[in-house]
Write a protein that binds this ligand. Sequence first.
Ligand code: NA7
Length: 538
Amino acid sequence: MAGANQHFDAVVIGAGFSGLHMLKSLRDKLGLKVRVYETGDTVGGTWYWNRYPGARCDSDAYIYCFTWDKQLLQEWEWSERYPEQHEILRYLEHVAKRHDLKRNIQFNTRVTGAEFDENTNLWTVHTDKAEEVTARYLITAVGTLSDTNMPLFKGLEKFKGKWYHTSRFPHAGVDFTGKRVGVVGTGATAVQAIPEIAQQAKQLIVFQRTANYCVPARNGKVDPELVKARKADYEGIVQRIRESFFGQEHYFIPKSVLEATPEERESVFDRMWDAGGFAFWLANYQDMFFSQEANDVCADYIKRKIRSTVKEPRTAEKLIPKGHAYGTKRQPLDTNYYETFNRDNVLLVDAKIDGGIEEITETGIRAGGKEYPLDIIVFATGFDAMTGPLKALNLKGRGGRTLDLEWQDGPHTYLGVAIAGFPNLFTITGPQSPSVLSNMPVSIEQHVEWITDCIESMRKNGKTSIEATPSAQDQWVAHVNEIVSATLMTTANSWYMSANIAGKPRAFLPYLGPEGVGGYRKKCDEIAAKGYEGFELA
Ligand code: NA7
C-alpha cells in the first residue's frame, strides 16, 4: 500500500489552476508538507480533460493566467486572444515545471473518500490506489465544471457507432472526415465545437433543447502594441481585475438602457458586438440583469443579428432563444456558430419544433418520431456544476455527516469556501462563492490567498481546527439567495440554477455580488481581520 499511514499538513485534491497555485502557496510560502492527488496523468484539470475540437478559453488570455508569477506574466506569449486547450495545458505544464510542483503531486490517483476525526482534528483521505493518508487540512481544488453530465438516453447501449462526451474526449482526437455526426447540446461547449466539426464531417446534425444567445468571440492575433502595453501595465491590470465585478476589465454602463435613445443604444450595442468577447454580457447597461423590459431591448439586438446571419428563415427561427432572459444562462462565445447553419451539410433539430430526443437506436438518434442515421454522437451535455464534484468526493464531516444529506435542497456553505460540520476543509471556488460568475483564475487566486493566510494565522495562534458556525452559514446562504432573487437569473433553467439535471434541487449555485469579486474579496478580508468571524477556532 503506497504511502500508507503517511501524514501531511495538507492534502489538495486536483492539479488544475487551483491545485497548482494552492500547492505552490502552502509549500513555498508556509513551508508545509503537501500532497496533491490528481486523477489525470498530468496537470491541467479542465484543460487536461476538455479536448474537444474548438476547446479554448473565453476570457481574454492576458488575464486568464496566474498573476502571482510576475516574471512569467512578462515572459509568456499567448498565440491569440483565446488560446486553444493544448496551449493552456502547455502553459500549466510550464508553470508546474518552473516551480517544480510535480514532485508533490500523485497522478493517476482518484480520492475516493475522506473523513474527519473529531479526536485528532485530522482528515483521513482514501484513494483508488488503496492509499490512506492523514492531513490537518483538506483542500478541494476539483473545479466547478468537472463532474460530467451524461444524461441516461434510452437505448444508448445499443448504438453501433462511436460516441463521446466533450469533457472526456480521446487524447488522440477523433477523425470526423466523411462521417455523419450528431452533436447533442448547444451550450458554450457545443458552440465552440459545432463549427469545427462541421468543417470535417460529411453531415452534422445538431440536437438543440434550448437555443442560446451567442455573441462573437472575435478571436485572433492580438496587436503586438496592445500586448506590449498590457505587459507594461500588468500591475494596474491585476489590481483592476481583483477589484472588479467579474474579474474582467468589463464594467456595466451605469444607466438604464431604457433611458438611452434608440440611436445611442444601437451604437453602444454595435461597439460591444464588434469588440467581441464578454463585453456584450458584462459591460452592458446595468439594468439588463434586473428588468425584463431592459433585458428585452438587449436580447432583441442579438435576435436581429441571428436573423440577419442565418439564411434559412426556419433555421433562424429555431436558433432564436425563447423563454429565458438574455444573460441568465452562461454566455457562449462564438466563432462562425450561426454561419455554420448556412452550410449544406448542417441540420438543426430543435426539441420544441421538430421534437426532442426519444431514444438512441443502433444506427442513430430518434427525435420527434424521425430517425437520424449517425456514425458518431458527440454529447456536449455539460456538467453537474459546482456541487457535483464535491459530492463525488464522499466526504464525511463531524458525526459522519455527508454532503448528500447536508445539501439535499442545494448547497449550504459559508462564503463558498467552508462548510459547517466539515472542519479544516476548504473548497476553492466552491458553491456560493463568485467562481463561475468570474474570470476563474482571479477567484482561484483570491481563495488560495485567503486559505493560505487562514492556515498561517492558525499555525501562529496554535489552533488545530477551524469550522464555519451553522448560524454564519445560514446567514450566508440567505444572503446569496436574497441578492440573486432581485435579478432575472433565477428565472432561467440554467446550470447556474441547477436546472440542467433532472432531479437536482433547484438552487442558485454561485454568488452574485452585490459588488462582484471585488466586494466579495473585501468581505472575506474583513472576516479574516475580525479573527475569522463566523468561524469557530479550537
Ligand atoms: P451546458 O452549458 O450545460 O450545455 C449543455 C447542453 O446540453 C445544453 O444545450 C443543454 O440543454 C443540453 N442538454 C443537457 N441535457 C440534455 C438532455 N438530456 N437532452 C438534450 N439536451 C441536453 O454545458 P457546456 O459544456 O456547453 O458548458 C459548460 C460550461 O463550460 C460553460 O458554461 C462554460 O463555463 C464552460 P439545456 O440548455 O439544458 O436545455
